[in-house]
Design a binder for this molecule. Structure first.
Ligand code: PEP
Ligand code: MN
Length: 254
């Protein structure tokens, strides 16, 4: 899987332009945040950006039809899930901060008929993560996404630590597909290419944030890559796919 798109959908025009690029480069899923979570209500003296809401979900539904690429967005509540299910988005995403939103997980487990990308909580163990995936219906419908965890090292440019050991464990010892998100997993766009290369060695794909003008992103600008960088990542992804795909080791022989 190569999931790519802006952190947040900011307009119809912006979303379509990025979606067309993702499709052209061979991205397999277009992502775009409709409902943004925010750590604080006020950022640098201004109200935080909460996303376009339902309108962005309808834009994604139109992108599925017109650009012919499956779309995903994060839902944080049952109400948002109802909107996204109704709009027939091909995938749903549960974000890191909602990994243990059990009423949401149980609702999706019962009512969503599409695959769900479940991001790992910032401070959650692999065991807690797979436990949450079970609420969603288990390995047949969940794709786990490692997006970086908290660590003692709060280096300013790199907010999180992409947990390769956690992802490797999932890959080798469980039936879950696992993708990695080097955008949120680092917080720094300069690290996205090298981390993507490493991630593709041992996972089932990537999620990256991309924008034609990353600095115009209202959220996560510092980690958002431009089109040129995305082309490079897409090339690495497709070149790698032509080689032997990563196989699980036979667990009985380890
Ligand atoms: C996202 O992918 O849009 C997002 C908010 O990421 P996370 O839940 O990993 O912070
Ligand atoms: Mn983001």
């Amino acid at each position: 899987m190569l999931v790519a798109g802006p952190c947040a959908i900011q307009s119809r025009k912006q979303a379509f332009r990025i979606a067309r690029k993702v499709k052209e480069c061979g991205g397999t899923i277009f992502r775009g945040g409709a409902y943004k979570g925010q750590n604080r209500p006020i950022v640098n003296g201004l109200p935080a950006y909460w996303g376009m809401g339902d309108e962005a979900v309808y834009i994604l539904a139109d992108i599925q039809q017109q650009v012919q690429i499956p779309c995903v967005t994060e839902v944080q509540s049952i109400r948002q899930a109802v909107v996204a299910i109704d709009a027939k988005l091909a995938y749903l995403q549960v974000g890191a901060r909602h990994m243990q939103n059990f009423p949401l997980l149980r609702y999706l487990g019962e009512h969503a008929n599409v695959p769900i990308i479940l991001k790992r909580g910032l401070g959650n163990t692999v065991d807690e993560w797979t436990g949450c995936a079970e609420h969603l219906g288990g390995a047949s419908r969940v794709i786990l996404c490692e997006r970086g965890i908290s660590s003692f090292d709060r280096t300013q440019q790199t907010r999180w630590r992409l947990d390769f050991v956690g992802a490797a464990y999932i890959k080798e010892y469980t039936d879950y597909p696992v993708i990695m998100d080097p955008s949120h997993g680092s917080g720094d766009r300069r690290l996205v290419l090298p981390l993507s290369k490493a991630a593709l060695q041992m996972s089932d794909g990537l999620m990256v944030e991309v924008h034609y003008a990353p600095e115009r992103s209202k959220t996560d600008a510092a980690q958002t890559i431009n089109f040129k960088a995305f082309e490079e990542i897409a090339k690495v992804y497709h070149d790698g796919k032509r080689k032997t795909p990563h196989k699980k080791r036979n667990r009985d022989t380890v």
